[in-house]
Design a binder for this molecule. Structure first.
Ligand SMILES: Nc1ncnc2c1ncn2[C@@H]1O[C@H](COP(=O)(O)OP(=O)(O)O)[C@@H](O)[C@H]1O
Ligand SMILES: [Mg+2]
Length: 358
């Protein structure tokens, strides 16, 4: 039988907590038209969250289920864009003289190996040209992205197992940023703090028209808050997740055991996740100010599942005296009606947009 290819564009973000998928098609005036947005939590029931990331055996059945819900067989998807999250990845900006495409590729890849620190094993490198350098006319801004070959191969293997044909493969922080940069004009002055707060990691990006692009992964995110609630309330993972979503992360234990030994003792012994997150962000911002001399941070745009956590958003606003917004990555798409938990889909929408541009 002939395999009839589907015209659908699929952006797929296999996260550490949930799989997010955005199926789209070409809309009018170069816009992207949403067909369906789907997500599946990787840990349900009493499953304990695995900080090392989900296993192939967990992911593949869920992927198949999602494509079934979409009504298309995975092997019929001709335009897929997916992303790699996880630990061993990095992105960095370099500014280089404009060269022919071929020379550009080899020169950038050489540079990249010097600049992008990974674990020393074999790496896979890619780059994206961001446009002219507003500071030096003959140069261009290039974002170099790298991951380890091991991680890359494992990702491809996971896709193949689900009968998906690998297409564009991006890094998660860049995919999430693309959902924003594709639509929003960066101002001449100031830097946008773009945070993708998932379960295992927070990707912090500093985006600016003129200054250096900056990306760092912070080791504090949603799971740290869930773990804290598990300890505070002495509940299981899935119960703590429920509490987090309905009551927020700042819940107090019902029976406060005053004095030593109770939760108060725990609070003193360990820094709370909220504060840790704040400290990590602060450290990155300070580093950036030192490197660039630019200290005007205009506001924070937050995506990822934790963008729906009101108390985290409020904490960041007050700690940094800055406006903190949850970014809706569907804002510029056609055909969007009843999609819930929108910020969680940032990377998947960014990927769907890239797949649509093919
Ligand atoms: N409505 C919500 N309120 C609070 N936290 C949420 C909500 N929805 C998801 N989260 C949290 O966001 C995290 C998952 O976000 P996500 O961006 O999907 O992570 P990942 O990309 O690592 O899979 C989890 O820690 C989850 O508990
Ligand atoms: Mg994520």
């Amino acid at each position: 039988m002939f395999a009839i290819k589907s015209g659908l564009r699929v952006g797929l973000d296999i996260g550490s907590h949930a799989i997010k998928m955005v199926a789209a098609e070409k809309g009018s005036h170069g816009k992207v038209k949403l067909v369906q947005a789907l997500s599946r939590d990787l840990y349900t029931g009493q499953d304990k969250y695995d900080a090392d990331g989900p296993k192939k055996t967990q992911v593949v059945p869920l992927l198949l289920e999602m494509f079934q819900e979409l009504g298309v067989r995975p092997k019929r998807i001709a335009h897929l864009a997916s992303c790699i999250g996880g630990l061993n990845q990095a992105a960095k900006e370099i500014r280089t003289i404009q060269l022919s495409n071929e020379d550009m590729a080899s020169s950038i890849l050489q540079e990249a190996r010097k600049h992008v620190p990974l674990d020393g094993s074999e790496s896979v490198v890619d780059y994206q040209i961001m446009g002219e350098d507003p500071k030096e006319a003959d140069k261009v801004r290039v974002i170099v992205a790298a991951t380890t070959k091991r991680q890359f191969d494992a990702h491809v293997d996971m896709l193949r197992e689900a009968e998906l044909k690998p297409g564009i493969i991006d890094l998660e922080p860049l995919a999430a940023a693309n959902s924003y940069l594709g639509h929003v004009e960066l101002l001449d002055d100031g830097v946008v703090v773009f945070l993708n707060i998932g379960a295992r990691r927070t990707n912090l990006l500093l985006l600016s028209r003129k200054e250096m692009f900056f990306s760092r992964d912070l080791p504090v995110a949603g799971y740290n808050f869930t773990e804290e609630i598990m300890k505070k309330l002495n509940v299981r993972f899935d119960e703590a997740e429920q509490v987090k979503k309905t009551q927020g992360v700042s819940v107090k234990p019902a029976k406060t055991t005053e004095g030593a030994g109770g939760y108060e003792g725990l609070a003193l012994a360990e820094k709370m996740a909220m504060e840790k997150l704040g400290d990590e962000i602060n450290r990155s911002l300070r580093y950036y100010v030192k490197e660039t001399g630019q200290s005007f941070f205009t506001h924070m745009e937050v995506v990822g599942g934790m963008a729906e956590c009101r108390d985290v958003m409020d904490y960041l606003a007050s700690k940094f005296s800055i406006e903190v917004r949850a970014y809706d990555p569907f804002a510029f798409m056609e055909g969007v009606r009843d999609v819930r938990h929108r910020p969680q889909y940032a990377a998947a929408t960014g990927l769907a947009a890239r797949a649509t541009a093919l």
